[in-house]
Write a protein that binds this ligand. Sequence first.
Ligand code: 3H9
Length: 645
Amino acid sequence: MSVAIEITDQIAVVTIENPPVNAAGLEVRQGLWEAVDTLDADPQVTAVVLACAGRTFVAGADIREFGKPPVEPHLPDVLNKIEGAQKPWVAAIHGTALGGGLELAMSCHGRVALSSAKMGLPEVNLGLIPGAGGTVRLPRLVPPALALTLAAGGKPIAADQALKAGLVDEVVAEGLVDAARTRAKTQALTPTLTRDIQGTLDEGFDKTETGILRKARGQKSPKAASKAIRRGATMEAPEALAAERAAFTALKQDPQSAALRHIFFAERAVGRSARTKVVTPRALAQIGVIGGGTMGAGIAAACLLAGLKVTMVERDAEAAQAGHDRVAGILGNSLKRGLISEDKHTRLMGNFLSADRYDALSEADLVIEAVFEDMGVKREVFAKLDEVTRPDAVLASNTSYLDVNEIAASVRDPSRVLGLHFFSPAHIMKLLEIVVPERVADDVLATGIALGKQLKKISVLAGVCDGFIANRIMSAYRRECEYMLEDGALPHQIDAAMEEFGFPMGIYRMQDLAGLDIAWAMRKRQAATRDPAQRYVEIADKLCEAGRFGQKAGRGWYIYEDGKPVRDTEVEDLIVAESARKGISRQSFDAAQIMERILGCMQREGRTILDEGIAASPEDIDVVMINAFGFPRWHGGPMFMAQAT
Ligand code: 3H9
């Protein structure tokens, strides 16, 4: 770890080297502090370039220091010192200049970026706001509405947009440090803080703010960031800086930030296995997908977008065409939304083949089965795959709850079978459960993990059981909610409690949206093996018997008027009648009691899953709940909450 200085031709290049992401930890701050003094005092130096070694510019303050007492020099002071230096500093930005990293760049007098660089203030995602002058310097460089998008929305922008907006002065395709050196020679010594604010807080600003705050739901930091940008864009700099610092410090101590930091590290810690440390994953270029339904098409699109070739197999020509159209629809949408270029779209479609014969998979490196959730059908598919695929090809099932050991047993070499459970829509949802059957080979497991990385998913390893981690916990709390219905709650009360807690949608709205029929079919299949001693709530079955399959039928847990859910007395009468039939005297529930039961249930099931070895750590469960079912990130996940109380 170092901050090195090299002087050539009167220009000093200060290089930060603090792998992996050049975070501005204590030694970096000390190094920069000393560099300003050293270079100010050196008569040989006329200007300074600030660059970073490795893959990126500074990606922020060191998040690992946040739980500990802060140590001087503090980042805001270092940045003020750079801005007040006697010689101009020019930042040379590559990779990602994020948070404290972008604040550092903004404290320099000029900025040059590589065309591939990205810049942003993602502190809100950690429950914070920029705390080193970001909300005060940014509105002095770019229009306030863009400053708001960056600081309160938390999404980075690309170099060309940064150039257009005035955040950087120059963008180069190569030769970054040389370009910064050239600029440094003529760079004016104007501090960013003394510049004029770049615009007014107009209607555009208010509209952007409303959108961001609506999305934030119960999370505090976007609102705090938006307030800080308002101050930064309207107040004198010293006042705005002091208020920013106070708000940052308060948020750092808030449980929401602790929860979001927990999940930041948890998402990076999951998906690793001691078993795969010393093995090499099998090569992946050609992927097979069985099934062209919503799931299969989403998986195919995800693989194509990650640069893989995909062959999709359906049972006949008509289904193959329908599957093809679904994938083309997804990629066409990406093109329309500007997420991929025309050229890329053509290339990706060229990598895609839809067929109605299994022998099209003879060259596949890995095949993902995404057919109907039925053990008989799955076993048949795997038996066919056993015939047509290369013996070293990895075979994966996308089952969401079936026994992957049993599926694996339908091929001659079960060591090449594992579960890859995607969530719908598979090209969008970040989570991938990698289900580890008993006999899977280490390098097959490593290949599953490598695929997850290539698809840019958050992979979590799960043992084999009914529902793995995600659906098993979902089933448990769905059951708990049904008990609550019988005990006295109504669907809209449970939904309201969940939404107030921060879920984007309550469980009954969610079920209505997804459709009630699939779960009903599953319950009917499981009826014969259900433990008769277990409490069973028949309300959902009775809704389905009445054709109330959810929003698509216009009626489910709610009735839909112009697409909007409205309470329905028919459903509520049915619920009350069921309580009476079972001799349960209904009690009232408030939101806190409802959430206590839901969270308690998630935590109990989570602990059982840990005891059984289905999940390796509480973090795995938190990551799954947040990324599969919209558990609000700023609560850190159910297991984090259990440990925090
Ligand atoms: C801030 O700046 C506050 C200031 O406003 C005010 C201060 C007063 N610190 O994600 P990756 C680790 S708040 C410490 O897998 P990628 C990460 O844990 C900060 N560690 O790589 C991982 O470790 P490991 C605002 C960090 O290429 C390794 O680096 N900045 C930090 O997919 C690789 O990370 C942010 O919020 C950090 N700041 O993505 C940016 N960042 O290998 C947060 C990363 O042990 N970072 N690590 O698991 C990111 O968004 C991504 O890491 C980045 C690289 C895009 C940079």
